[in-house]
Write a protein that binds this ligand. Structure first.
Ligand SMILES: NC(=O)CCC(=O)C(=O)O
Length: 308
């Protein structure tokens, strides 16, 4: 049953989102993905992230992306200890304060990876998006919690400590219309499809896959989300720490709207640069006109959250 705020997207109902000038326009810029080494010292993590962001900006990056949980170890024991009250700002959230300051100082857009957030008695895995004026433009709370059990290989249950977010996130920035998902969110194609229907040119997924699923699925999903939706996809991981309880896969990656990898790295700390050209989106959608060819008479995606 379709509700008051329900919009049918894809198929033939959403042409307006696919024919706006801004994704046909040629607009190139440099992006930097900071695959940060994370320690158990929060102040050190913040200072280190600041240094990497500043040097990426000095090298010409206009959009800077951080990994999932970059101010804390990735563990259910750590999330409550490292959590910050982002909406209180200032000293209550030294991580977001630093991101805001550096975005403004360097005049760059920052997709601030994610940090554990404390709000109204709950904890979230939250990405803050800062504009080049240093303002917080949006907050994405991870929608799909990472609860998996592959016996003897990988068991994790974020829902032991975290609460899932309730909002999808698409934000207009100086460097285009950007959508955000966090790690496990990448497994849900409907979300990416909804983002494409809302005109996203780029989806950023700060993420921390592991040594079981990473080799099989990280690149596959990055490329699939890009090729299915014909837009840019970026996945930004922490560097692997072989001494930590959760070993991140690393391999931060940028895929173009054809699903081709245009930048990637290994598992050590790195800052990865790529050149983004939004005119490629229009070009690939002309070559392979999926949007015109969808069988809206047989299936469709329903956007239950759009406010008209
Ligand atoms: N932090 C996460 O959400 C990890 C997701 C993951 O490893 C997966 O396989 O999915």
């Amino acid at each position: 049953m379709l509700g008051k705020n329900t919009t049918v997207v894809g198929g033939y109902g959403e042409k307006r989102f696919f024919h706006q000038w801004w994704w046909m326009e040629k607009k190139t810029f440099k992006v930097a993905l900071c695959q940060l080494a994370v320690t158990s010292d929060k102040a050190e993590n913040i200072a280190h992230a600041r240094e990497k962001i500043e040097s990426a900006a000095d090298e010409g990056a206009k959009l800077i992306v951080l990994p999932e949980i970059w101010n804390s170890p990735y563990s259910n024991d750590s999330f409550p200890v490292y959590a910050e009250d982002i909406s209180a700002g200032g000293e209550a959230s030294p991580s977001s304060k630093m991101l805001s300051e550096v975005a403004k100082k360097k005049s760059v857009t920052i997709i601030g990876g994610s940090i554990p957030e404390r709000s109204m008695g709950s904890l979230y895995n939250t990405c803050c998006i800062f504009g080049s004026d240093g303002e917080l433009k949006a907050k994405h709370r991870k929608l799909h919690l990472f609860d998996i059990d592959i016996p003897g290989k990988m068991t994790f249950k974020e829902s032991e400590t975290l609460t899932a977010g309730q909002n999808v996130t698409v934000v207009d920035t100086d460097v285009g219309r950007i959508a955000v998902g966090i790690c496990y969110d990448i497994r849900f194609q409907e979300l990416a499809m909804l983002y494409a229907a809302r005109g996203a040119q780029l989806i950023c997924y700060p993420g921390a896959f592991n040594l079981t699923t990473g080799p099989l699925h990280w690149e596959l999903l990055t490329r699939a989300r890009a090729a299915d939706n014909q837009l840019y996809v970026m996945t930004c991981s922490p560097a692997r720490d072989t001494n930590s309880s959760y070993k991140a896969w690393g391999h931060s990656t940028v895929a173009d709207p054809f699903g081709e990898i245009i930048a990637t790295t290994g598992h050590e700390e790195a800052v990865l640069f790529a050149e983004i050209d939004y005119s490629v989106i229009g070009e690939k959608r002309t070559f392979i006109p999926l949007e015109k060819q969808r069988r809206g008479d047989l299936y469709c995606l329903v956007d239950v959250t759009r406010q008209e």
